[in-house]
Write a protein that binds this ligand. Structure first.
Ligand code: DAH
Length: 341
């Protein structure tokens, strides 16, 4: 009797179809609610004779499970369709705006420099930012009492033996020479550190790119021609270049590299302090001691090297007047840069 009733209601549940929220609610009221048919069966169950309780109970539980499963399947599919319909509904809505980031001006300038030198056969090499004394100073022919070795100029991590934050990317020169046989043509961009108070014109963290070319018969004329080509590619074909005699422990002879001011085209302005020229870096012929320190025979090979500041070039290229802007992460500044050309 009771089993028949269960079967009857099971068939009803199986026949029921639900397409709307209202139908789902009807289903719930008819079968699953406190006054629904399944609940009523549970009330009747109390009257079932003891020896049948087990068999009836099993069927009853199956029915309850069936009804509950159907209910939750319909419920979730109805929820999904309403969401789908919602998003399908208004195809005329404007798309959610998606802001693309832009590359940092230092990155843009670095990539442009690499591009120019790669075409002249230069590779890119990198080295560690934490450097030992040998690679940052000694191998580069710095005498033991050179002022750059003072605490006021250099960040030391450890003393005796000295470990520093590299003060220039020239340290990478040494690492490349130690591991590569000439001919060598390489470019080493990277971050460098100096113990300086932060202002519009100085920072304790900045970027350089070091370049080096070692082969037989490399001369100062090759250095001039290479940089001459670079400057025209980087800043435009009317840009002029000049070399001023200077001193670096690792090059002999040494020079400062100036370019004609790209803001005033050499006429004289605030940026070039009315001189018409701005400095972009240093250069020179590799000192024989530096070659020998890295086990390169200076009687066979010669080479040139140069080092330039990425911030300086970026400031000139984009007319940026404060070094702090590079590190402040102000999006109003950053989003102005899209390409280096
Ligand atoms: N290392 C120098 C500096 O940080 C820059 C430099 C000058 C690098 C002359 C060179 C060079 O390779 O030949 O000021």
């Amino acid at each position: 009797m009771m089993l028949e009733k269960i079967k009857e209601i099971q068939e009803e549940v199986e026949k029921f179809s639900v397409d709307t929220k209202e139908q789902l609610e009807n289903f719930r009221l008819s079968f699953l609610s406190r006054n629904g048919k399944v609940s009523a069966l549970f009330d009747d169950f109390k009257q079932v004779a003891g020896d049948q309780k087990r068999a009836v109970g099993q069927e009853l539980n199956k029915l309850k499970k069936l009804a509950e499963e159907r209910f939750s399947t319909w419920q979730s599919s109805l929820e999904n369709t309403t969401q789908d319909q919602k998003s399908r509904l208004d195809l005329s809505l404007p798309v959610v705006p998606f802001t693309l980031g832009s590359r940092h001006p230092i990155t843009l300038v670095r990539e442009r420099i690499i591009q120019i030198f790669e075409r002249m056969g230069f590779s890119v090499s990198e080295g560690p930012e934490i450097e030992d004394d040998w690679h940052n100073f000694s191998a580069l022919n710095f005498p033991p009492d050179h002022p750059a070795r003072e605490m006021q100029d250099t960040f030391f991590i450890e003393k005796n033996p000295d470990i520093t934050l590299r003060t220039h990317t020239s340290s990478v020169q040494v690492r490349v020479m130690e591991t590569t046989k000439p001919p060598i043509r390489t470019l080493s961009p990277g971050r460098v550190f100096r113990n300086e108070a932060i202002s519009a014109r100085a920072h304790c963290v900045f970027h350089q790119v070091e370049g080096m070319y070692i082969d037989k018969n490399v001369s100062f004329a090759d250095l001039k021609n290479t940089l001459y080509h670079f400057v025209k590619e980087m800043f435009g074909k009317d840009t002029k270049i000049r070399f001023r005699p200077s001193f670096f422990p690792f090059t002999e002879p040494s020079a400062e590299i100036d370019i004609s001011c790209i803001i005033c085209k050499g006429k004289g302005c605030r940026i070039c302090k009315q001189s018409g020229w701005v400095e972009i870096g240093g250069a020179g012929m590799m000192h024989p001691n530096v070659l020998e320190n890295s086990k390169i025979d200076s009687s066979v090979y010669s080479g040139f090297a140069f080092g330039m500041g990425l911030e300086r070039m970026s400031m000139l290229k984009y007319q940026i007047n404060d070094l702090r802007l590079f590190t402040e992460n102000d999006v109003r500044f950053l989003r102005q840069f899209t390409a280096a050309e």
